[in-house]
Design a protein around this ligand. Structure first.
Ligand code: F6R
Length: 271
């Protein structure tokens, strides 16, 4: 696992975007797994800047991690009318870059057949050849995607009930500002499973801010547990990069070691 610690949110975002752009340049039709939330917004802004400077995303294929269940992705409706992750992706990335809408996949929060949809989503990922790079944040309760405490570390795409902490966190970050009442928030989501995520060839997890410091330390250094599904980072067999800012890294027991390793890698040209 590569643990990269940057001074602040902007340098974390810039690093993550450079990595993603590198993958796109090496494989223009790469399959990216995308995340929503406050954490990746800076990364998306950097990618948008790179696109404006010539980065071509026309062949890139994308699969989002999750979507609230019961809120929409009806592309015929204006995006500013709901708090869906489809709207978020459109506003924060998709409308600014040249990803072909047909190549962008976001779980359908309005499906009448969730089980059938989840099966289809898994099949589409397989048909695309699997995910080259999965971008991830980490929830305050330690979740990856919406794999809440107690989710199997082998889980697949499915409907999952949101934990109280996730509802509280997402209310504060998004719903409150949009004038939505706490009780009107969706209580379920469609989410890729941990087993689905672990099949991605590369994983890049981002975290920033002191409010994530405890959970980041538990995820990277604590015992493997379905109570903190991001501990699955310890199980991945491919390349893992964890990109943190100083604040979110501050509770890591091995902080000095990770910094030393990063410096040595720089010195040996192994970055
Ligand atoms: C979003 C997702 C979530 C977020 C997590 C952190 O697609 O899957 O797991 O990554 O809740 O959210 P922020 O970045 O808002 O702190």
């Amino acid at each position: 696992m590569d643990i990269v610690i940057k001074d602040n949110y902007d340098s974390m975002s810039n690093y993550a975007a450079q990595k993603i752009a590198g993958i796109i340049k090496d494989k223009p039709d790469c399959v990216l797994g995308l995340a929503t939330g406050g954490t990746p917004i800076g990364t998306y802004r950097e990618l948008i800047k790179m696109h404006q400077q010539g980065l071509d995303l026309s062949a890139v294929r994308t699969f989002n991690l999750d979507e609230y269940f019961g809120v929409g992705i009806d592309l015929t409706k204006p995006y500013d009318q709901d708090q869906s992750y489809a709207r978020f992706m459109h506003e924060e990335l998709l409308k600014h870059v040249n990803i072909n809408p047909q190549n962008s996949h976001i779980p359908d929060g309005r499906t009448n057949d969730p089980a059938g949809f989840c099966k289809w989503y898994e099949e589409e990922i397989k048909k695309a050849g699997g995910i080259d790079l999965q971008l991830l944040g980490i929830g305050g309760d330690g979740h990856w995607a919406f794999n809440e405490p107690g989710s199997s570390l082998m889980s697949r795409t499915r409907i999952e009930a949101l934990s109280k902490q996730t509802l509280d966190d997402n209310y504060e970050s998004f719903y409150k500002k949009a004038g939505v009442k706490r009780e009107q928030m969706p209580h379920f989501a469609i989410t890729m499973g941990i087993g689905t995520i672990l099949e991605a060839r590369n994983i890049m997890m981002l975290a920033n801010g002191s409010q994530k410091a405890d959970v980041v330390a538990l995820a990277l250094e604590g015992p493997l547990t379905s109570q903190i599904t991001a501990t699955a980072v310890q199980l991945h067999s491919g390349a893992i990069t964890v990109v943190l800012d100083n604040e979110s890294a501050s509770k890591l027991k091995g902080l000095q070691h990770y910094r030393d390793v990063a410096n040595l890698k720089k010195e040996y040209g192994l970055e």
